[in-house]
Design a protein around this ligand. Structure first.
Ligand code: BGC
Length: 460
């Protein structure tokens, strides 16, 4: 079958993707909110630097566990119910941290939120990818990334709004209850993933869901493809990942998941105010507003990916975006190499950071989630995504824990040039290894990459 041409997605499938995408909003909000809340938490619970670092990174550690659990859950209870479970955890985590009477309760609640975020980062892209038509699967999964960026922006604004209010941190942490409740009830009425239904032998239901989600005339051919792809495959356990036919896609997925983090995006998302203060923004509130500009651009530039990912393809977005990220990082390093205190240097640092973030927002941000939700065959998609997503959160934790030390030990300019160098190497990897998946059904991707059918068959 030829690659399907991109069209503007419409109807039920967009509603389903937008609803599941709310999980992304919670992911962004709950990772972003802590930067504004942390100083109040430190005062309220009398936390030293190290204790605070533990509370801040608890979410990331929880997310690694969540990604591990989700790999099994999506196969056993299904993609949709896994998202509902995450929604319940989001509610509990938000209430627990907002009402926390002690730092121990706060820590447990933050780990719980992390688990919910980890589950979401696997289950939502997976669910959308399996429900979407080939022609706009990229744009629909990119909605998840859009929601992540909106969540980060909302968190920044909420932090600002409540920073002058007594016990304002309780509101900052607690407000996440609202989207979590909507996510739970929304998913109650959303259909299960059609591919998951086929894997459970629920063929008629799967065909009904596909008809409901769009293009009924394509359903018979697509059902045949999905059944053929799943023929003879097992339950999708972690050990099935050892099949030699999967090696290449596993390496690509894990590498891309790590690349998304070690090219430095969360140094900006978690520490932007800090970076701007170091870059010479003397007034703290100017630094905060510069951070709002960057976070807003992160949202807006994601629309570039939504518009183009199914038109120009994943590879081109990655190549153009990563090249721009390198330019932004090199320029950012230069602004620190200039004599300090020059106004031009702080203005230039804002421009450089915007270039970097915009280029991330239409490339590595969305494209990595899209790729890892589409390059694995349906039979092992859950466990394979689990490995990639765990790698993503582990790399995220590593960067979060080392960035401030790097700034102090290496120097600001050198740190950003280090990220530029890593991005350049990563770009070479993308050019050489990442396949183009635009417009193909998940089953066509599996057959092109040689991963469809029974992976245990001898002679493969
Ligand atoms: C990444 C997050 C990051 C966010 C920024 C996501 O794709 O996984 O780690 O904070 O983009 O927009």
């Amino acid at each position: 079958m030829a690659a399907e041409e991109a069209t503007t997605p419409r109807g039920p499938v967009v509603r389903v993707a937008a609803l599941a995408g709310l999980g992304g909003l919670l992911f962004g909000y709950d990772t972003g909110v802590i930067s504004g809340a942390s100083q109040f938490l430190a005062e309220r619970f009398d936390l030293g630097d190290q204790a605070l670092e533990v509370v801040v990174s608890a979410v990331l550690a929880g997310a690694i566990v969540g990604a591990l659990l989700a790999g099994q859950l999506v196969g056993r209870i299904g993609r949709r119910r896994t998202i509902m479970l995450a929604a319940v955890l989001f509610v509990a985590g938000a209430l627990g941290s907002a009402l926390a009477p002690s730092d121990e309760v706060l820590l447990i609640a933050r780990v719980g939120l992390g688990v919910a975020i980890g589950i979401t980062s696997l289950a939502v892209p997976l669910y959308i990818s399996e429900s979407a038509p080939a022609a706009n699967r990229g744009a629909l999964v990119a909605l998840f990334q859009l929601a992540v960026t909106v969540g980060i922006l909302v968190a920044t604004l909420v932090d600002e709004a409540f920073s002058g209010v007594s016990e304002g941190w309780r509101w900052m942490l607690g407000l996440a209850v609202v989207p979590a409740v909507i996510l739970f009830f929304g998913m109650l009425s959303a259909p299960p993933s059609p591919r998951w239904l086929v894997s459970k032998g629920r063929i008629e239901e799967a065909a009904d869901v596909l008809r409901h989600l769009g293009a009924p005339e394509r359903v018979p051919a697509l059902m045949a493809e999905i059944r053929e792809d799943l023929a003879g495959t097992g339950a999708g356990r972690l050990r099935d990942l050892l099949a030699p036919a999967l090696r290449t896609v596993l390496v690509i997925g894990v590498a891309m998941a790590i690349i998304q983090q070690i090219t430095g995006i969360n140094t900006v998302i978690y520490y932007d105010v800090n970076i701007f203060e170091r870059a010479g923004f003397v007034d703290a509130s100017d630094a905060i507003w510069a951070a709002v500009v960057v976070t807003t651009m992160n949202v807006l530039a994601t629309f570039i990916a939504i518009r183009y990912i199914d038109r120009v393809g994943r590879r081109r977005l990655l190549i153009v975006g990563m090249t721009g990220m390198i330019v932004g990082l090199v320029a950012l390093g230069l602004t620190f190499a200039l004599p300090s205190g020059e106004e031009a240097a702080s203005a230039l640092s804002l421009v450089a950071l915007v270039v970097y973030v915009v280029c991330f927002a239409f490339s590595l941000g969305p494209v990595v989630w899209v790729l890892i939700a589409e390059i694995y065959p349906t039979a092992v998609r859950g466990p394979a995504m689990s490995v990639a997503t765990m790698a993503n959160w582990s790399a995220n934790l590593l960067v979060a824990l080392t960035f401030l030390t790097l700034l102090d030990e290496l120097g600001e300019a050198e740190t950003f040039w280090l990220y530029a160098g890593i991005t350049a190497l990563a770009l070479v990897f993308v050019v050489l290894r990442v396949p183009e998946t635009r417009g193909k059904t998940l089953e066509e991707i599996a057959s092109t990459l040689g991963t469809s059918g029974d992976l245990d068959q001898p002679g493969r």
